[in-house]
Design a protein around this ligand. Structure first.
Ligand code: FAD
Ligand code: NAP
Length: 339
């Protein structure tokens, strides 16, 4: 039964805790519920905005039309072949709880992606990634509903056009599809990826012990808890800026001027720069103004201590221009900004 509420505060539904009102709001727990919600919005000619856990959005104003929180549950093992475990997961499942559940079942491959906030349905939108692993590497397909036509689609990995923290759903497919479920390919055989320096260092510091996927997950959780603010305590949206990807020539010139530049070669022609390092060097680490600030342990994370969205966006502009004038590099915002 569709339950549409009017003038709902979205403050509890975004991890930056920005004050914003949804003109209409509903939560959907099934494919049928989603169809009803879309039909209701269509009949009223209201735009639809989808929300998961609100951990990758900046609500810069009130949202007109219908805000739909995707809460479709369910985790099922759909096939087992040799070591391969294919699982189908509802868009409304909590991502980290899925990682824990998978580990408990002996389905491995998600351990590096532990403790990422948010819900499963948003994971393909951002192609979530951390500690050297991306969702796309564990992805098989997804199910989605077109917001205007209501048609159901199954999309493969190539349909989703995954790239670095990017996908079809941030580009051509933006605001067109509600992802209702995803299918992942995991393995009953551990295949650990511990090359990422922060992970490797933490592992090296441990007394000799058997390294299991569960242990890698625990280590990732420990590193993250030590370095990232818990949004329930200090509201934030994770990394506020993307790591810029530049040509090798640009990176070489910068390295010449700044020998300590933190950069990672992606291939022959492209280099990824650590945006956090650029922001640190521009002097922003720990900066606070008008109730918003730059987290003192990780400059990529902007925090809200009771400030307004205007204060946040003004800080964003100042950070972007100082990084541009010092390094000539554009910093793009990672979360989706709704104005
Ligand atoms: P939301 O913020 O609710 O939505 C994000 C976007 O996806 C919106 O545009 C929304 O419309 C759309 N969307 C949501 N659900 C659906 C759906 N079912 N169908 C279609 N569109 C949908 N990200 C990483 O990649 N790696 C990290 O390590 C990481 N660490 C983080 C740490 C912290 C402390 C925080 C606060 C964030 C971090 N993030 C990270 C960002 C964020 O957690 C992820 O992008 C996450 O996948 C967002 O999920 P969500 O459910 O909160 O999405
Ligand atoms: P970190 O370990 O301090 O590293 C800083 C940056 O350097 C990261 O952004 C990372 O890029 C890059 N990097 C480090 N080692 C690398 C390597 N061997 N190869 C390629 N790139 C490398 O980062 P952190 O801030 O503590 O975050 C740890 C992980 O969690 C990162 O993967 C980060 O993306 C993820 N994270 C993401 C968010 C978000 O909101 N998107 C928030 C918190 C953490 P990558 O970011 O490409 O890995």
């Amino acid at each position: 039964m569709l339950n549409v509420q009017e003038q709902v505060s979205l403050k509890p539904y975004n991890t930056l805790a920005l004050p914003s009102l949804a003109e209409y709001f509903c939560r959907v727990n099934s494919d049928e519920g989603l169809s009803e919600a879309l039909a209701w919005a269509g009949n009223h000619r209201y735009p639809v905005t989808l929300l998961g856990g609100g951990s990758n959005v900046v609500l810069a104003g009130n949202l007109s039309g219908l805000v739909v929180q995707m809460a479709i549950p369910g985790v099922e093992l759909i096939s087992e072949k040799h070591h391969l475990r294919r699982i189908r997961v509802g868009a409304g499942e909590n991502w980290h709880q899925l990682v824990v559940h998978a580990l408990n079942q002996g389905w491995f491959g998600l351990e590096n992606l532990s403790l990422i906030p948010g819900l499963v349905g948003a994971a393909p939108v951002q192609n979530i990634g951390a500690y050297g692993v991306e969702l796309s590497e564990r992805f098989h397909s997804l199910e989605a509903v077109h917001l205007n036509t209501g048609e159901r689609h199954v999309m493969s990995r190539s349909d989703c056009k995954f790239a670095y923290r990017d996908s079809f759903f941030k580009g051509q497919g933006r605001d067109q599809f509600a992802i209702t479920a995803i299918t992942l390919e995991l393995s009953s055989k551990p295949d650990l990826h511990i090359e990422y320096p922060a992970l490797q260092q933490a592992i090296d510091a441990l007394p000799e012990a058997e390294l299991t996927p569960k242990r890698v997950s625990d280590i990732v959780c420990d590193i993250r808890r030590g370095k990232l603010p818990d949004p329930d305590v200090i509201p934030n949206a994770g990394s506020f800026f993307k790591n810029p990807i530049v040509s090798s020539e640009v990176a070489a010139k910068l390295k010449h001027h700044y020998p300590k530049l933190v950069s990672y070669s992606l291939d022959e022609n492209r280099v990824k720069l650590a945006a956090g390092w650029l922001i640190d060097q521009a002097g922003w680490k720990g900066f606070e103004r008008d109730g918003v600030g730059v987290y003192n342990q990780q400059s990529l994370v902007l925090i809200n201590m009771g400030g307004s969205c205007d204060a946040l966006m003004s800080l964003v502009v100042d950070i972007q221009s100082s990084v541009m004038s010092k390094f000539g590099i554009t910093l793009d915002i990672e979360p989706r900004v709704y104005r």
